[in-house]
Write a protein that binds this ligand. Structure first.
Ligand code: CMC
Length: 374
């Protein structure tokens, strides 16, 4: 290993320099391409955030229109994607697996910017088509007249969404668009660093995002809220889980040792969405579950500084938008693909292969034993 220090989860290791986002875990601050997340997420359209991540500046009206058009023109899926999706859904694949399979049918073009556009544009079409097929319904053709976020909601339900719902989704997509050297972004950069193409990088990143320690948490986080059902049951249900040694989904973070700033942005967006909607009771229940969880985590895991992370309010917001829990992680990918592709473009500039070392702890001088003697 050459005597290098060993950090099993790479904690504290700075693996790259980036202009894309800064995560300050001690202060609970997230800055995306220069903008505090609170400043950006509720104001920008997803296309503006995407342009910002890819180019480092906000677009003027003409450039924004250009990007909208480029994305809209790439929303239709290759035939192979449709076939893969049908087979995946028929085989009972989870939507996040179906997204990985169908994203794998996108053909690399030999041009990074084109591949970035293709993957960002295609993800919502894939996820929505997968959902519709799993419901025994025909996929809805993308509408080039709608924005990226509006078109996603439209392809899911078949109805053009109101402004409020589009705003809520864009706030979510912007909030999760990039987040320092998280596991899936790191995976994308590693793949990109070998000189491989961007489609391969985002497909690998989907695999990294899927796990419950990363992007797989919001579904289970909401399932717990449903299981609890009424405020009075929160303590009992959560205690049972902690007594079994289980982790509470939606709490704790590798970098944030205070409240995840994205939780506040999404809680605000969820509150607005629920206030205009009928399900205010669920919002109040979730607040009580959060309060109880934080109190119990302090009791069971004192001094670990476990606080609410992005996933708890992701679950609430996406549920408020009518998305089923199975689409929470795929929708995370619809937002994070902005960051993945931006990081791949940035990685290309460095031209540096990411290739760390391992410390060998096995034996070193074994003698070969022929098969008949084993
Ligand atoms: N519930 C209960 N205990 C926890 C939790 C939790 N959610 N998170 C951490 N702990 C405990 C952990 O068991 C450990 O206890 P001990 O000191 O007794 O061994 C201690 O806190 C320190 O945890 P760690 O394993 O060093 O933390 P980590 O940096 O490896 O983990 C994490 C970060 C996000 C994987 C973890 O907090 C977790 O599993 N949370 C639940 C899953 C979740 O919400 N994931 C979404 C993460 S945010 C979305 C994203 O940005 O991708």
């Amino acid at each position: 290993s050459g005597g290098a220090a060993f950090a099993p989860g790479l904690e504290g290791v700075v693996a790259t320099r980036t202009r894309l986002s800064m995560v300050d875990g001690a202060a609970g601050r997230l800055v995306i391409a220069g903008f505090p997340v609170e400043e950006l997420a509720g104001r920008a359209s997803f296309e503006e955030t995407l342009y910002l991540l890819w180019n480092g500046v906000l677009p003027d009206a003409g450039r924004l229109e250009g990007l909208r058009g480029d994305l809209a023109a790439r929303r239709a899926l290759p035939e192979a994607a449709g076939e893969v999706l049908e087979a995946a859904v028929a085989g009972g694949a989870a939507p996040i697996d179906a997204l990985r399979m169908a994203a794998g049918t996108l053909a690399p073009s030999g041009n990074d910017r084109d591949d970035a556009l293709t993957s960002v544009a295609a993800f919502p079409t894939i996820v929505a088509a997968c959902w519709r097929l799993s419901q025994g319904r025909e996929p809805v053709e993308p509408d080039p007249g709608l924005s990226h976020a509006a078109n996603y909601l439209y392809m899911l339900s078949g109805e053009v969404p109101g402004e409020e719902r589009v705003r809520a989704l864009e706030t979510y997509l912007n909030t999760v668009s990039d987040h320092g050297m998280n596991a899936s972004t790191f995976a994308a950069r590693v793949i990109s660093s070998t000189g491989s193409d961007l489609i391969s990088a985002v497909v690998g990143a989907i695999g990294a995002l899927k796990g419950p320690l990363h992007g797989g948490a919001p579904g289970p986080a909401l399932d717990v809220v449903f299981e609890i059902g009424e405020p009075g049951r929160a303590e009992g249900v959560l205690r049972e889980r902690l007594d079994r040694g289980e982790r509470l989904m939606g709490f704790g973070h590798r970098v944030y040792k205070v409240r995840d700033p994205r939780a506040d942005v999404l809680a605000g967006a969820a509150e607005r969405l629920y206030a205009s909607d009928a399900d205010e009771e669920l919002y109040r229940l979730a607040l009580e579950v959060e309060r109880t969880a934080l109190r119990l985590l302090e009791e069971y895991k004192p001094g670990r500084n476990l606080d609410t992370n992005v996933e708890f309010y992701t679950a609430l917001l996406l549920h408020g938008l009518g998305l089923p829990t199975g689409l929470f992680t795929p929708t995370f990918a619809v937002g994070r693909v902005a960051g993945w592709t931006a990081h791949c473009l940035e990685q290309r500039e460095t031209g540096r292969l990411i290739r760390p070392q391992s410390e060998y702890v096995g034996p070193e001088a074994r003698k070969w034993v022929p098969l008949e003697e084993r």
